[in-house]
Ligand binder design. Structure first.
Ligand SMILES: [Fe+2]
Ligand SMILES: [Fe+2]
Length: 243
């Protein structure tokens, strides 16, 4: 948020506006993804609770998009009037329908939503401005539930012994889940700690948080559901070395 107590520098304000506009697009993508997932869960005969969770998630994401658009505007960059094009399918074409559904849920919920929760929680630890805190809090509360949807569906698939195929696919899934430049050095402006007060993690902090979240939350969760994370862990180690 801008104002006398907010971030002063022009660069921080521009980067924050860009980050919130990016989140706006991500939230709109998620709205469409969850709507698709709800239909697919229903067709696959998933329980009514999971189907409703996915529909609710879609409605949540639409609300999140509005919040992110307001934050982008507050930092001087209104989002475009037109929504972005619908997001592409993420599951590899070779998977059967049940596998594709599980892949999408793991990518969207167990990975992406778990990372969001970690980012939002981390931002809440330092953010002081009440308007920003309210937004971060509202987002975090919902994203926790969205992550749970994926873990719940994964547990059901695990009971059927149908999760092992995900192991070799983890590098592709993770590549699709992180920013392209996450493991690259970036401009000093993107490491400015003042970004925190605008609701944005500095670049290195974001990268470290991703690594920690994979190590502490995502990989152990997948392993508990019968997914060998060796390939995913090797991918992560390689990014660390290349970065
Ligand atoms: Fe969201
Ligand atoms: Fe979400």
């Amino acid at each position: 948020m801008s104002g006398p107590a907010g971030p002063s520098s022009q660069a921080v304000r521009a980067l924050a506006a860009e980050a919130w506009a990016f989140r706006w697009r991500v939230e709109l993508d998620a709205e469409i993804r969850f709507e698709r997932l709800a239909d697919r869960l229903e067709r696959a005969g998933a329980g009514a609770v999971l189907v409703e969770l996915a529909r609710r998630a879609s409605r949540d994401e639409r609300r999140h998009a509005r919040l992110c658009a307001a934050m982008a505007a507050a930092h001087g960059q209104p989002v475009p009037g037109e929504p972005p094009p619908p997001p592409p399918e993420v599951a590899p074409a070779a998977l059967d329908q049940d596998q594709a559904l599980l892949y999408e849920l793991v990518a969207a919920c167990c990975v992406a939503e778990s990372i969001s929760v970690a980012v939002l929680t981390s931002l809440l630890a330092t953010a002081r401005e009440p308007g920003l805190r309210a937004v971060l809090h509202e987002l975090a509360e919902d994203e926790v539930v969205h992550a749970r949807l994926g873990w719940a569906h994964l547990a059901v698939a695990h009971r059927r012994g149908a999760t092992a195929f995900l192991g070799p696919l983890l590098p592709a899934m993770l590549r699709g889940s992180v920013d392209d430049d996450l493991f690259q050095p970036v401009d000093a402006a993107r490491e400015d700690p003042a970004l925190l007060e605008a609701g944005v993690l500095p670049h290195a902090a974001k990268r470290d948080l991703l690594v920690r979240t994979l190590d502490v939350v995502i990989f152990p969760g997948l392993e508990g559901a019968g997914v060998d994370t060796g390939a995913g862990r090797a991918w992560l180690a390689e990014q660390g070395r290349a970065g």
